[in-house]
Design a protein around this ligand. Structure first.
Ligand SMILES: [Zn+2]
Length: 460
């Protein structure tokens, strides 16, 4: 029976209302829905977090702190904030477009990425005029069926981007699924799953200069390693910020690679290594509990002005990064080390954030002040705009309103027990480490061919 175009579009709306089609096929997944929704952390995580003897977190500016947990959203109850984020996730990835070649419904942002791969995907707006055969095609596939095919073997550690992630991550996820079919054939996951990358990373990770491949510039311990894409800050669409703790201070490394796939592969190799490490560190914990701990994005970054402990030193403009409970400040956004770190505790520990500065504040400064009250002293900051002030206060309040978890008193290493290399090696071959010892090992941040070295980003 032939239908008028309006009839076809009505049928298409019925197809759109089917389970799975109500969110974008490519960015509609909240990062870890299970983690957001699960109500209790496992016994494995609980027992570890309570074993540590609580000690007072460091609170002094200009000294390294030792009281941050560093992990992202863990398996706690769904809070108002995370529920709001969860709902936003779905409402903003509304599928207005369809890929006629793949049979999936996607949001507008993802449809633009599909357009850049025309040999794989041909997209059409659901508002367009549809003919019966195209509606039938979409009815025969749909997001759930496509997911069962294209996402059948996504490793647990693999990062599934959402609409808030950078274009690099979103585009490579789409290409990995539909163009390279990485999640249908395990052998295509070798660049980030292979032992040579993930297992050597899980013990030690080196960054070497191309000319002195046998002279490691840095050794990063996997237990404090984090990676987050920072295209705007680094000034490169593939810019990745890697952080780790050195002598309990945060060390930054900024890298990029001209090959987008290579960069995302490295990001997922780091996640794979962290995943294997956490599986050893927390035996019995579920994937849903471990995956949110693999990597984390910063809560807020930007310029503010700060004064010193006497409040008479004059305000200086600094770049601030809020990484969980660590507020770090840098002279330049691409500095390797922070000038100082401030621990931000919870309101139960007498931490408060206030809008404005004390009336006695001296010296020239930006107009929009913030005062953070800690048990020891007040920290005074000034923002250039009211919007920045509001965003910073929201970020501080999120941390202060969250009760301290037991492991946060014990510092980063209280959260993640130190492992011996042999414990990790039991789980897989680590031939490079065995063959010559860590300092004789070749630079690991190269591909197998050694042809594509990661480049340290230029400091400005
Ligand atoms: Zn999307």
């Amino acid at each position: 029976m032939a239908l008028e175009p309006e009839g076809n579009n009505r049928l298409l709306q019925d197809v759109l209302a089917r389970p799975g089609n109500e969110t974008c096929a490519d960015c509609g997944n909240p990062v870890t829905p299970q983690a957001l929704l699960s109500s209790t952390p496992s016994k494995a995580l609980l027992s570890l977090s309570t074993k540590q003897a609580p000690r007072t977190p460091a609170k002094k500016l200009d000294s390294p702190l030792d009281g941050s947990s560093g992990d992202g959203a863990s398996g706690s109850a769904l809070t108002d904030t995370s529920r709001a984020a969860y709902v936003t996730e779905f409402s903003t990835s509304k599928p207005d477009w369809a890929s006629l070649t793949l049979g999936v419904f996607v949001c507008q942002a993802c449809s633009l990425l599909h357009r850049s791969i025309p040999h794989i995907s041909r997209v059409k707006s659901v508002q367009d005029t549809w003919d019966a055969s195209d509606v039938e095609l979409m009815a025969a596939t749909g997001n759930n069926a496509a997911k069962a095919k294209y996402e059948q073997k996504v490793p647990a550690f693999y990062y599934r981007p959402t609409h808030t992630d950078c274009k690099l991550l979103r585009e490579q996820w789409i290409r990995a699924k539909y163009e390279r079919n990485e999640f249908e054939f395990i052998e295509k996951q070798e660049p980030y799953s292979a032992e040579y990358k993930a297992w050597t990373l899980s013990c030690l990770l080196f960054v070497s200069s191309p000319t002195k491949a046998r002279d490691p510039k840095a050794v990063m311990k996997i237990e404090t390693l984090n990676a987050t894409f920072q295209p705007a800050k680094i000034g490169n669409p593939c810019g990745l910020q890697i952080t780790y703790l050195k002598d309990n201070s945060t060390r930054n490394i900024f890298v990029y690679h001209s090959d987008a796939k290579e960069m995302v592969d490295w990001f997922n190799a780091i996640r794979a290594a962290r995943f294997h490490y956490l599986q050893v560190a927390f035996p019995g914990a579920s994937d849903e509990e471990l995956v949110p701990k693999l990597t984390r994005n910063f809560m807020k970054e930007g310029f503010m002005e700060k004064t010193g402990p006497k409040h008479t030193e004059g305000f200086k403009k600094r770049w601030f990064t809020m990484d969980d409970r660590r507020l770090m400040y840098f002279k330049d956004p691409l500095d390797a080390y922070a000038r100082g770190e401030v621990f931000i505790g919870s309101k139960e520990n007498s931490y408060t954030v206030l809008s404005g500065l004390p009336p006695s504040t001296q010296g020239y400064h930006w107009n929009h002040g913030i005062t953070i009250v800690t048990p020891d002293r007040k920290f005074l900051f000034a923002c250039e705009t009211e919007a920045e002030q509001r965003d910073w206060i929201v970020a501080f309040q999120r941390v202060i309103n969250r009760p301290m978890r037991p492991q946060e008193y014990a510092g980063y290493h209280g959260d993640l027990p130190q492992l011996k290399v042999s414990q990790l090696c039991d789980r897989g071959k680590v031939e490079l480490i065995h063959s010559g010892g860590p300092f004789q090992t070749q630079a690991l941040m190269t591909t197998r061919s050694g042809s594509s070295q990661l480049k340290p980003a230029q400091s400005r």
